[in-house]
Design a protein around this ligand. Structure first.
Ligand code: HEC
Length: 119
């Protein structure tokens, strides 16, 4: 029983991530509050917030600063999706971000979209 409901949840999350990812790719205007809460929940669930804060630098750069740096660049969503999946080094300082192998590409795209709404 437990297994079945987990699988169901995963499918629902994936569908939501894809829908949001597609809306972002199509240039839909950001629905700030909605993206904010879903994005933050996913970031918390996927351990991003153990190194990142929305507003402050600690292990990693503030997510708001990342959003401000890349928002408006045409390839920002694709670039950040890859960086989130594969990790990053040397862009913000000397501390590297390891690859976030727990994510699937749709989740990474959702997180990239969310970060781009934070500025
Ligand atoms: C172990 C700590 C750690 C975790 C966990 C982590 N990050 Fe990072 N993140 C960093 C550091 C450090 C940097 C700066 C890397 C650099 O200078 O290139 C960074 C950079 C980034 C960047 C900017 C990359 C660039 O090219 O400018 C994004 C976007 C990002 N993180 C998103 C995430 C997301 C989303 C998650 C969760 C799935 C996450 N991070 C989890 C430490 C972390």
């Amino acid at each position: 029983m437990k297994r079945k409901s987990q699988a169901k949840n995963k499918t629902a999350t994936l569908a939501a991530a894809l829908a949001i990812g597609m809306a972002g790719a199509l240039g839909a205007p950001p629905a700030r509050a909605q993206h904010g809460s879903a994005g933050l929940a996913l970031a918390q669930q996927q351990n991003c917030m153990s190194c990142h804060s929305v507003t402050r630098n600690f292990m990693g750069p503030a997510l708001r600063d990342i959003g401000a740096k890349y928002a408006g660049k045409p390839d920002a969503q694709t670039y950040l999706t890859h960086k989130i999946l594969e990790g990053s080094t040397g862009v913000w300082g000397t501390v590297p971000m390891p690859a976030n192998t727990q994510l699937n590409p749709a989740q990474a795209a959702q997180l990239a979209n969310w970060i781009l709404t934070l500025k």
